[in-house]
Design a protein around this ligand. Structure first.
Ligand SMILES: Cc1cc2nc3c(=O)[nH]c(=O)nc-3n(C[C@H](O)[C@H](O)[C@H](O)COP(=O)(O)OP(=O)(O)OC[C@H]3O[C@@H](n4cnc5c(N)ncnc54)[C@H](O)[C@@H]3O)c2cc1C
Length: 140
């Protein structure tokens, strides 16, 4: 589509521009996005958490699951580790399971509506440590 055929020109393909463009397109508008980055040049990474309200918008636009799967692998733990230095001795660790182990509800809109018993949930969270370990060079 050329610029002259478009109803709306969105400048900037960041999260705001892309979400606006998807929203407008879902409402029937013809949208063109202009981005200063070169073709296929990735944006600088600056997001580790997406807020619940933002996920509601992504769910409405039908991209919530795609977005979830674009993040870290489901079994990748998010542990917080305190060390004497980056590769120094580990002092303590706050275990934060990967998202596969973190869901407390299996009945929400993004969970596929599968039920999981409490027993299964607690057994998995203690016994199923993922294969994503701390890099060898950083082990105490
Ligand atoms: C280190 C860091 C961590 C962050 N972590 C989180 C987080 O975990 N969760 C969260 O929700 N938010 C986080 N944020 C904030 C979030 O990244 C911003 O709120 C968000 O990127 C803003 O989106 P935007 O589309 O307005 O702007 P941007 O993401 O800055 O996108 C603007 C786009 O416009 C393009 N552009 C600029 N000028 C022009 C031009 N003249 N013509 C065409 N294109 C142009 C740029 O190349 C860019 O692609 C973080 C920010 C930083 C810096």
């Amino acid at each position: 589509m050329t610029l002259h055929e478009a109803d709306v020109l969105v400048v900037g393909a960041g999260p705001v521009g892309l979400t606006t463009a998807m929203d407008l397109q879902a409402r029937g508008a013809r949208v063109v996005i202009a981005e200063i980055r070169r073709y296929a040049e990735p944006p600088s990474v600056k997001c580790n958490h997406v807020a619940a309200r933002t996920m509601e918008r992504f769910r409405t636009l039908g991209v919530a699951q795609k977005l979830r799967h674009a993040g870290l692998p489901a079994d990748y733990p998010n542990d917080v580790v305190f060390r004497t230095s980056v590769c120094g001795a580990e002092l303590t660790r706050i275990p934060i399971p990967g998202r596969a182990e973190r869901y407390t509800s299996k009945e929400g809109p993004d969970t596929g509506g599968r039920r999981r018993s409490r027993r299964t949930a607690s057994t998995r969270s203690t016994s199923n440590r993922s294969c994503w370990n701390t890099p060898r060079a950083c082990r105490a």
